[in-house]
Ligand binder design. Structure first.
Ligand code: ATP
Ligand code: MG
Length: 294
């Protein structure tokens, strides 16, 4: 998708709130952050959803400059998917995209999970949650495994954390984006258990498991980024290993995270294989052999 338009660049004032300065041409599809998103393997639907949300935000800004009615731009999102499907990676890139186009003044990602937000006694939870919210203005507050906030029963303080988050969304209307992330089914249950939440998090993005081709390409990309190459035999071995993995995997077995662990382990095994050699060529240092695959 190619969207190109004239747009005002954003600076931030002393409170970190976006203020417009001079007009400069900008197409978000040409920003570095958008390229980074494009370079992720697969995730076709995710990329499309992000493009949609970004285009929407830009157009609403343009409309407001022309004194047209603006649809309320609630950009709070739910990212649903199994572990290792790229949720955190995409959230971090989204922060950068929103920063580049002037929706967020900083674009940083603040990661929180249940233990960061929920306290042990009355009043502790609101205090802990507020501390995280304080770190977030101008960026994204990313709550991982958010459904655990609703899993402790009636007396659990998780509910208080949710209420504090919702309150902060209303108080900081334009300057924080909250993303709730977690496994599909659990997140659906969580949203169903709290009807107010669904409408407050209008952007819902599903992260599918990677298929075997995607897993293979993710592995190749990871080696390349790290300046490693695979021998031909190793390539075949890796391919069949990942096919096996894709066929027999458990939903929580890690997707791209499994691939990353394997890549990193093989790099350590290669080091062990060659470390005692007297002389190492540049190629020796780069090549991963079949025997290096864990
Ligand atoms: N599409 C992709 N292309 C390349 N690398 C990817 C892709 N998706 C994920 N990765 C890599 O896989 C690793 C795990 O991804 P990430 O941490 O974003 O997953 P996650 O969905 O947040 O997982 P979790 O639920 O376990 O936190 C990261 O190193 C990331 O760079
Ligand atoms: Mg994550």
């Amino acid at each position: 998708m190619e969207i190109s338009m004239k747009f005002k660049t954003a600076d931030s004032n002393s409170q970190g709130i976006a203020v417009e300065s001079e007009v400069a041409p900008l197409s978000f599809t040409r920003t570095d952050a958008f390229n980074e998103l494009e370079q992720l393997i697969g995730l076709k639907q995710v990329k499309r959803n992000i493009a949609e949300v970004t285009a929407f935000s830009l157009i609403q800004k343009q409309r407001s400059h022309k004194q047209l009615k603006v649809c309320p731009t609630a950009l709070h999102a739910v990212f649903k998917g199994n572990p290792g499907t790229g949720k955190t990676t995409v959230a971090r890139i989204l922060g950068k995209i929103f920063h580049d186009i002037g929706i967020l003044t900083k674009g940083h990602l603040v990661e929180a999970e249940r233990a960061d937000l929920v306290g042990e006694y009355i009043g502790h939870t609101a205090q802990k949650t507020k501390e995280f919210i304080k770190k977030s203005p101008g960026g994204i507050l990313f709550v991982d495994e958010a459904y655990t906030l609703a899993q402790g029963g009636e007396k659990d303080f998780g509910k208080e954390a949710v209420a504090t988050l919702v309150k902060s969304m209303e108080d900081n209307r334009d300057n924080i984006i909250i993303i709730l992330a977690g496994y599909c089914r659990e997140m659906d249950e969580f949203l169903n258990s709290n009807p107010g939440l669904r409408s407050r998090f209008p952007v819902q993005i599903d992260f599918a498991d990677y298929d075997r081709e995607e897993l293979f390409h993710i592995a190749l990309q990871m080696y390349k980024e790290r300046d490693y190459e695979l021998s031909n035999k190793c390539r075949w071995r890796l391919k069949s290993k990942l096919e096996e993995f894709a066929k027999s995997r458990h939903p929580h077995s890690g997707n791209a995270r499994y691939v990353r662990n394997m890549v990193e382990k093989s790099i350590r095994l290669q080091a062990l294989r060659i470390v005692d050699r007297e002389y190492l060529t540049r190629r020796d240092l780069m090549i991963i052999e079949e025997a290096d695959l864990p």
